[in-house]
Design a protein. Structure first.
Length: 347
């Protein structure tokens, strides 16, 4: 299930893995959804070597398999994003020897599309399958940005999943920004745009996206990485794709109204608040922290909605430190989480 380290033809997703790239790229299925996986760290055993077997009705590991020990980071992206948002962080984690995977969530990147119907249950099943696969290899710590933060929190509420800790970055659904509230209300201008008899030309849609995307995702739009901006604007090649994403966003905002059962979160949780976030307000992160009493709050006034793009060095160090603590016994993990943030860290 792991891609070769040798240069090879592009996968249907259009990407290749080379010797110079520390990030291994493969395609796998989780909960019936074929998706792209970016992975760093030591090569895991071959699939046959880590397949559990049953002995006298009890579950046992394959002979010769070492017990998993090192924490493994599972990185989840946000709405209309992909695993590529974590590439700068993955490269740093690879250099540090930290095992991590980032996946394209269903409906985004190179993953197969979501099925009709509620979105969050489909994403739950997919996330659970990723966690269970990675748990065979080591202690799992989830880190999610935006929608990925929502999925991480929902996984933490499920006590049957082997998750040792969660870092939630700009998860929506608490005290949201004017933009998310606007999408939820679906005002007349948006309805008119979606119902235009003559579609807006694709080149104009892309031109607008190129101006809007950096302002929404980065703390400083002038520092936006051109490749990352092109990756986002590629999601909106024409008028039809834009209206489809808008309808999907409306459905997601509606589902977020009843997305959480935070009283069920009992594992270490670090809530990351970004002061220059234009999509999810800082008040939202503070509300999440208040609703989970044992959580820790980290505030960075200089980060935007996607701090993995603004400051991959700080994010990689934060995730490495938190995951090391969360993989220890719970009391130690809580203390380490406290040391990471000391409740508030100014940018």
């Amino acid at each position: 299930m792991t891609a070769s380290q040798r240069p090879e033809p592009a996968d249907p997703g259009g990407r290749t893995t080379t010797d110079a790239d520390p990030i291994r790229v493969s395609f796998r299925r989780y909960a019936g959804v074929r998706t792209r996986v970016l992975e760093v760290g030591p090569q895991p055993p071959a699939p046959a070597d880590r397949t559990p077997r049953r002995v006298l009705g009890k579950r046992a590991t394959t002979r010769g398999q070492a017990k998993p020990t090192a924490p493994r980071l599972v990185l989840l992206h946000g709405y209309c994003d992909s695993a590529d948002t974590w590439r700068p962080v993955l490269e740093l984690l690879a250099a540090a020897g930290v095992p991590a995977v980032a996946v394209d969530l269903p409906g985004f990147g190179d993953a197969q599309p979501l099925r009709p119907g509620p979105m969050l249950p489909q994403l739950d099943a997919f996330t659970a399958a990723v966690i269970k696969e990675q748990a065979v290899l080591g202690t799992v710590v989830l880190a999610g940005n935006s929608l990925g933060g929502t999925m991480s929190l929902r996984a933490a509420e499920n006590h049957r999943l082997p998750v040792s800790g969660v870092v939630s970055i700009a998860a929506p659904g608490f005290v949201d920004s004017w933009l998310i509230r606007t999408v939820a209300r679906y005002p007349l201008p948006l309805r008119m745009y979606s119902a235009l008899p003559l579609p807006i030309p694709g080149f104009l849609v892309r031109a607008v996206a190129e101006q809007v995307v950096p302002r929404l995702l980065y703390a400083d739009s002038t520092a936006a990485d051109a490749d990352q901006v092109r990756r986002f604007t590629a999601l909106f090649p024409d008028y039809r794709s834009t209206t489809t994403r808008l309808e999907q966003a409306r459905q997601l905002v509606e589902e977020l109204a009843n997305a959480y059962r935070l009283e069920e979160v009992r594992i270490p949780l670090l809530v990351v608040v970004c002061g220059k976030d234009k999509l999810v307000s800082a008040a939202s992160g503070r509300q999440l922290h208040a609703l989970v009493p044992h959580s820790r709050l980290m505030v960075r006034e200089d980060w935007g909605h996607c701090p993995q793009l603004d400051d991959p060095v700080e994010i990689s160090e934060l995730l490495t430190y938190f995951s090391a603590g969360a993989s220890r016994p719970s009391k130690i993990a809580a203390r380490v989480a406290a040391e990471v943030s000391e409740d508030t860290v100014a940018g």
